[in-house]
Design a protein around this ligand. Structure first.
Ligand code: MSP
Length: 648
């Protein structure tokens, strides 16, 4: 039997789980379930990363010892996953003896081989990142991520000869094009490897500075650098070197990470493995970042989405469906409750929910709830079966390639096709005309296709899928269904048993509280009948003319456009506003415009907006645009005007 091994990053225990952790783990769970359904043996590993400065600091801030602190936060992660129906096969903690043992074995092996040496190193150390920065990497003398001044530290440490494996790694990536996927991240790693000599990696910390770590087996005055320790979890959990699980699963290892930890996974880890004479993993799968209103999630901004709250409000199935449907794997994506509600109402309540409700209630009305025996097929039946086959193939192919939105979109072709099939076959007319033979076939075609849809949805939303199958009178057992055969087989739904009367799995939900000033004003105005206090608030939603005058709206010409190096949705747009030099505006236009679509066009800019950094790039203003159903239109003057003209 084929095997599949999927891992998530082991999460730091210095923060509570949030949407980002939930996404990676839900994707890993969905893949594990998918491969199980495809008839493979799947092993799914997650866990927590518990050593290092960061953790010691967080424990101190919490008034606990590192051990007490890591125990409590690790448990938060471990307890969250079942609530999100993430069924991992193992949960590893880097403080467990089984892990410590393997880390020390590997260190010793690489040391004995001569790939670890002792040397002196001085550098700018950022405690937040737990790494040294070179002068060149600092921005205004500060860490580019934490915007804090690093400490200059000079000390003796152990180094791993990572540079020695640069050529091997480059060749390995060239020979195995999907070693790192999607392609954009493979290219990023290749250009890192081609841009200069790969430095050796400092892999120790003196105990005089940090004791919370795994002691080096060859020097008791040092502990292991947290990344050299953490990455090894992927094999220590399998019982490296002789465990059966290691033998079965390591050759098919798939790591799932976000782009923030690309370098350790794409460069440190394979070179460490090579030095220890271990085969590299099979695939590194890299996804983008969930953003909130186009900005990074961060505790200090207070925009971190708590996964449990979302699930409690909208249901776990809708939450999981949304995450997979919305994010193109590899790209950044914006999370909003409005978008979630939109998908829930359109795809789940309208399309899928309606199909189930209509069909089950027709089965009751026309056949007393019993699955009818199909009779001769007509052209519509043949066509919908063909559509179904195509939809299932698309789903399976795209899912295998981690293109989840395309996979689900493919399956929805069938959901929508079936809703149309109901309209064209008009079962109510067949019933009126007493054509029970045709009606039996139509209802059977619907029910059998619903069974297929429910099975395909199990990886994404196991809870809803199992309930859908239950409503069809089927007890779900992943070993009983082989997804890969589903497009070809027909008629697994037995006739003669009873189905549920209704299926209210996805009731429509209302949009969350209005957010725009106009909506707020409307809502407040409605409330105002209840009291004068609300009236005042409604007025507050309007602005005075003087307020409007504060806006400096200017028209200028776009002189150049570049993609933002760290955010797929953003563009760096240089606009000539008739000033000494063009201004840089960071604009969320990448989804709708190619750079060449913008270059040379006139745009309207809010010119006196306080400059701010968007993912490390300064934005000096905002470009006005209008979002439409099809995409986006620029909001600007209808004819050409001199650059810098003021709108009033
Ligand atoms: N401990 C290291 C990983 C060691 S693996 C050998 C670590 N931990 S972390 O807690 O910071 O987790 C980072 C991971 O969390 C990301 O790679 C991603 O899987 C997930 N996410 C955290 N924030 C995220 C978003 N905003 N969006 C999507 N996923 C992100 O790094």
């Amino acid at each position: 039997m084929d095997s599949f091994y999927i891992t998530t990053p082991i999460y730091y225990v210095n923060a509570k789980p949030h949407l980002g952790h939930a996404y990676t783990t839900i994707v890993a769970d969905s893949l594990s379930r998918f491969h199980k359904l495809m008839g493979r043996e799947s092993y799914f590993l997650t866990g927590t990363d518990e050593h290092g400065d960061k953790i010691v600091k967080a424990a101190e801030a919490n008034g606990q010892t590192p051990q007490e602190y890591t125990d409590s936060i690790s448990a938060l992660f471990r307890n969250l996953w079942p609530d999100l129906q993430c069924e991992h096969d193992d949960f590893i903690r880097t403080t467990e003896p089984r892990h410590v043992k393997v880390v020390q074995e590997i260190l010793q092996k690489v040391y004995d081989k001569g790939d670890i040496y002792f040397g002196e190193y001085g550098g700018h150390y950022c405690y937040g990142c737990e790494r040294f920065y070179t002068e060149k990497e600092l921005v205004d003398g500060k860490c580019p991520d934490h915007l804090t001044e690093p400490e200059y530290i000079s000390e003796k440490n152990y180094f791993f000869k990572m540079g020695k494996y640069q050529d091997w790694l480059r060749k390995h990536i060239q020979d195995n094009p999907d070693f790192i996927r999607p392609e954009q991240y493979r290219n990023e790693v290749m250009s890192l490897l081609e841009s200069g000599a790969l430095e050796d990696l400092c892999i120790s910390r003196p105990k005089s500075r940090l004791t919370w770590g795994i002691e080096l087996p060859f020097d008791k005055d040092y502990v292991t650098y947290v990344w050299f320790d953490a990455l090894i979890n992927y094999i220590s959990a399998l019982g490296f070197p002789d465990g059966d699980k290691y033998k079965q699963y390591w050759p098919v290892a798939n790591h799932m990470v976000a782009k923030d930890i690309l370098k350790p996974h794409a460069i440190f880890w394979p070179t460490m493995l090579k030095a220890a004479d271990i085969e590299p993993y099979q695939h590194l799968n890299v996804h983008g970042y969930w953003l909130i209103k186009d900005t990074k999630m961060s505790k200090s901004l207070g925009n971190v989405v708590e996964p449990l709250k979302m699930k409690d409000t909208y249901g776990l199935s809708a939450f999981r469906y949304f995450l997979l449907r919305e994010m193109s794997f590899g790209q950044d994506s914006s999370f909003s409750e409005e978008a979630l509600v939109g998908r829930l109402n359109a795809d789940l309540a309208n399309d899928l929910g309606n199909l189930f409700n209509r069909t089950l209630s027709m089965t009751h009305k026309y056949f007393g709830g019993v699955v009818p025996r199909p009779e001769d097929e007509e052209i519509e039946d043949v066509e919908i079966k063909k559509l179904g086959q195509q939809a299932m193939h698309t789903y399976q192919d795209e899912f295998t390639q981690l293109r989840f939105p395309r996979a689900l979109e493919g399956l929805w072709e069938l959901v929508r096709g079936l809703n149309k099939y109901i309209d064209t076959t008009a079962p109510w007319t067949l019933f009126k005309e007493k054509d029970m033979s045709r009606l039996s076939t139509v209802i059977y075609v619907l029910l059998e296709n619903m069974r297929k849809i429910a099975v395909h949805l199990w990886p994404v939303m196991p809870e809803a899928s199992e309930r859908m199958l239950e409503q069809l009178g089927i007890q779900f057992d992943p070993r009983k269904f082989v997804l890969s055969k589903e497009p070809e087989v027909w008629g697994l739904l037995e006739s003669g048993h009873e189905v549920a009367k209704t299926s209210n799995l996805f009731p429509r939900v209302d949009l969350p509280e209005p957010k725009t000033p106009a909506e707020t004003a409307k809502k407040e105005a409605a409330k105002s009948a209840k009291g004068a206090k609300s009236e005042k608030k409604a007025e507050a939603a309007f602005i005075e003319f003087e307020d409007f005058q504060k806006l400096d709206l200017r028209v200028g010409t776009v002189v150049s456009v570049e993609p933002h190096p760290d955010a797929d949705r953003l563009l760096l747009v240089k606009v000539d506003l008739g000033e000494d030099e063009p201004r840089q505006v960071v604009a969320g236009l990448a989804e709708f415009f190619k750079p060449e679509d913008l270059e040379g066009r006139q745009v309207t800019v809010v010119a006196n907006l306080k400059p701010r950094k968007l993912r490390k790039q300064v934005s000096q203003g905002m470009i006005l645009a209008v979002k439409t159903e099809e995409g986006m239109e620029l909001l600007t003057s209808t004819g050409a005007v001199p650059n810098g003209s003021k709108a009033s």
